[in-house]
Design a binder for this molecule. Structure first.
Ligand code: 4GW
Ligand code: MN
Length: 291
């Protein structure tokens, strides 16, 4: 495909685009912040090849209430103009609303079991994503984006996030010393990270990559959780702890700034120019405990 002529500002070699935040990890993975990329250029580059994006969400038990707003907001802001499949894992398929989507976009409902403990509901996502990787995802999509469902898109999230393996900086822990991160600190756990290791604290609610890398990540996390379970160990932040362990030794090729996973309970710091994907305030009694 021939690229159209494009006119845009020249990149300036001796004038950094952001000086208030880190925009590159020590292993040269870009950290995606507003102002660091030109979406027009990226879209033009991505248009040259066909690709499809799958976004996985889990709506188990009462969390089906989040689906409608999630999809509505995603239709407005997530990968607009791209081919997208929403993979909705649920134990209550009849509660998933029928929705009109833009052209090239579709919903696939995957029926899965529920677990009595919410920790298991959260952790088993790794196993379920893994199990669908070879049966479906690898045939149907090129990239997978795996996110929490108790969220809404509030601004553009596009091809700038795509990479072989990406993770997102947790909104509550950027800028802290590594020994204060809430990594799993029990050396007996498969999620263990010593106090003098660790790069960033990544959020469990937004990661992804190409289907093969997401398979490897979810397979690692699920297996590690099963090893721990045999020893009656459960990492402090469940799937998030195992994800952090994985990313320590398999560095992500791209890192999303907290613009991509924000919670207004943390306020709005000056460096945060956009809040693209926001936590829905939860009434914990309503949503969580009455099940
Ligand atoms: C406490 O009672 C619960 S229930 C904690 C999580 C629960 C839960 C989570 C659930 O009942 N059903 C469910 O589908 N989930 C999925 O796990 C859902 O996709 C959710 O976004 C994800 C992680 O749970 P969470 O969003 O409540 O976790 P935080 O508060 O850390 O964002
Ligand atoms: Mn959540």
């Amino acid at each position: 495909m021939k690229l159209p002529r494009m006119v845009y500002n020249q990149p300036e070699v001796v004038q950094p685009v952001r000086t208030d935040v880190l925009i590159m990890s020590p292993w040269l993975a870009p950290i995606v912040w507003d102002g660091t990329y030109n979406l027009g250029i990226l879209n033009a580059q991505y248009r040259q090849r066909k690709f499809r994006v799958g976004i996985t969400i889990f709506a188990i038990k009462k969390y089906t209430v989040f689906v409608k707003k999630f999809i509505e907001s995603a239709e407005k802001y997530f990968m607009v103009g791209q081919k997208v499949t929403y993979y909705i894992f649920t134990d209550r398929a009849s509660d998933i609303p029928v929705m009109n989507l833009a052209e090239g976009r579709s919903i696939a409902v995957l029926k899965v079991p529920s677990y009595p403990r919410w920790q298991d509901v959260s952790m088993r996502r790794m196993e379920m994503i893994r199990d669908s990787s070879h049966t479906r995802f690898s045939h149907e999509v090129d990239y997978l984006v795996c996110v929490d469902v108790d969220m809404t898109f509030n601004d553009e999230v596009g091809v700038e996030i795509l990479s072989n393996l990406f993770g997102t900086l947790h909104p509550g822990m950027f800028g802290l010393p590594r020994d204060s991160y809430t990594y799993e600190r029990n050396p007996q756990s498969e999620a263990y990270i010593p106090a003098d290791e660790g790069d960033f604290y990544y959020a469990g609610g937004f990661f992804g990559g190409n289907t093969e890398e997401v398979y490897k990540l979810t397979n690692f996390c699920h297996k590690a959780m099963m090893v721990d379970k045999e020893k009656n160990i459960e990492a402090v932040w469940h799937d998030e702890s195992y994800l952090n362990r994985y990313f320590l030794y398999h560095k992500p090729t791209k890192i999303l700034s907290p613009e991509y996973l924000w919670d207004d309970n943390f306020g709005i710091p000056a460096f945060l120019k956009r809040r693209r994907f926001l936590a829905v305030p939860k009434n914990h009694d309503e949503i969580r405990n009455r099940r």
